[in-house]
Design a protein around this ligand. Structure first.
Ligand code: PAF
Length: 281
């Protein structure tokens, strides 16, 4: 496995890859866990060469404190990537990705009007900036993203198509701890007490899925119920609980108006913000 700490090194390595090879790309912000490793393994199945980037993208953080304390574990990450069979790891500098200030504003098709969008202004535009920049550099055939970031995945699919990138976006299922907590780099910021109560989030989502099938509660009522259940634990505080059409991400008011429905939540455990989602239909 080759580790490239600069754009020029990466470009040299990419130039050695045969044009006939299908390259698979896994963009990450590091602090890798089993969820990322599952993306790398999936990439291996479909691609001849697997490239992983590790870059904590400053433009997608609307909160400077969040950026500052985002976990950085590059050395360990590289060890795990080597074991998982990555071929190239790209660890660029901010200057490599943004030689000048990126002022681009992306059309996100209104997919950012719910969920994370209004709560993290500029976040998805920053994701679009870094992902398009990385696609321009790496020119992958396939790119892999986890379903834990359900809204991010929809938005990346949208602008990839809109901007005609010849990249196939492959989604991979959320990987969970044994107790159901969705794996996330942020989990390592949880205190022992917070970590102990965090599984309540997914437990409640699963109960919500059962309740949605009975259709006794309206979507709004079900969101209120989930909010109450999660907040009944004094260490957790929901930021939002939303039920959206899985394709348009519009809020769902009536169960029968939509064929595919997802419930998405963001929950604070202290100052650590956790997100999760579940398919209801
Ligand atoms: O999901 C992430 O880790 C990041 O948002 C991504 C896609 C690597 C862009 O920085």
């Amino acid at each position: 496995m080759v580790i490239c700490y600069s754009l020029t090194h990466l470009q040299r390595e990419l130039s050695l890859i045969s044009d006939n090879y299908k390259t698979g790309f896994v963009p990450t912000m590091g602090a890798l866990h089993q969820g990322h490793i599952s993306l790398v393994k999936r990439a291996h199945e479909l691609s001849d060469k697997v490239i992983v980037s590790i870059f904590v993208n400053p433009t997608q953080f609307n909160n400077p404190l969040d950026l500052e304390r985002y976990p950085r574990t590059v050395e360990e990450d590289c060890k795990r990537l080597e074991e998982a069979g990555a071929d190239i790891v790209f660890v660029p500098t901010v200057g490599d990705i943004y030689p000048q200030k990126d002022e681009r504003m992306f059309d996100l098709g209104g997919l950012d009007s719910v969920g994370e969008g209004p709560r993290r202004p500029g976040h998805f535009n920053g994701v679009a900036q870094v992902v398009t920049r990385l696609f321009d550099i790496v020119k992958p055939r396939y790119a892999y993203f986890g379903e834990k970031d359900f809204q991010q995945l929809s938005i990346i699919r949208y602008f990839t198509k809109e901007l005609n990138y010849p990249v196939e976006i492959i989604s991979c299922p959320t990987i969970r701890e044994e107790d159901g907590l969705a794996m996330s780099s942020r989990n390592m910021l949880l205190t022992t007490e917070q970590r102990a109560v965090a599984p309540l989030i997914y437990k409640t989502l699963k109960m919500a899925r059962e309740r949605s099938q009975a259709q006794i509660l309206s979507p709004d009522e079900l969101c209120n119920w989930v909010t109450g259940e999660i907040n009944s634990n004094s260490m957790l505080k929901t930021e939002y609980v939303e039920i959206v059409n899985s394709l348009t991400l519009r809020l769902v008011k009536n169960w029968n108006d939509h064929e595919q429905i997802q419930m998405c939540v963001a929950v604070f455990a202290g100052s650590v913000r956790l997100i999760d989602n579940i398919k209801l239909k």
